[in-house]
Design a protein around this ligand. Sequence first.
Ligand SMILES: Cc1cc2nc3c(=O)[nH]c(=O)nc-3n(C[C@H](O)[C@H](O)[C@H](O)COP(=O)(O)O)c2cc1C
Length: 201
Amino acid sequence: MTMPTSLPVSGAVPDGPRPKRPGGGAPGSDVPPRPDLRLAGPDVGLYRRAMGRFATGVTVVTTALGGHDHAMTANAVASVSLEPLLMLCCVEQEARFHDAVLEAGVWGVNFLPAAARAEAEWLATRGRPLHGQLDRIAHTRGAVTGVPLLADALATFECRTTDSYPAGDHTIVVGQVLDVVVPDHTGDALLYYRGRYGTLA
Ligand SMILES: Cc1cc2nc3c(=O)[nH]c(=O)nc-3n(C[C@H](O)[C@H](O)[C@H](O)COP(=O)(O)O)c2cc1C
């Protein structure tokens, strides 16, 4: 794998230590506490470093609400189920995408090609202007939901939210896959590893 030079950028795991809740399972959890376990857990920096060694692809998740498009770089995306077809995305509660996607109830997932590194960096930039954030990125509208879908994506998915689960400082958004497009063009995927973008050699 070649990892071209790139700027380290923040991933899905938030910066800095978070206050620990005493006793019990995770906040909001219905899993019974295990008082025999050491609950303090590891340092968040160590956790971030460890998670950085889990190589992922990179996606842009999208939605549309009130006439405005929303989009955000995300790698906490997964396939959940084949019957029915379900995907999930973990969205930080502080991200502006969070309330938009929950309110809209529909969203898109776009698997990024290696050439889309600049787009990934842009759509991970905190506080970027929301309006016009997709102006310089070629995109179409999903046939079923109307959410933005990136023209250069390796594959795109349209989902409708079926469940959402608050989980710490993120919400796990689960959606039924309503449409999939696999364009003819293929190419290398954009990867994310140890805080850097890269591609398969
Ligand atoms: C490679 C990469 C993956 C990311 N994955 C996620 C993710 O899965 N979920 C998430 O909430 N934020 C993720 N982020 C961070 C968001 O992209 C970023 O916080 C968001 O775009 C900030 O936008 P805002 O200012 O509109 O809230 C990721 C960032 C990068 C660079």
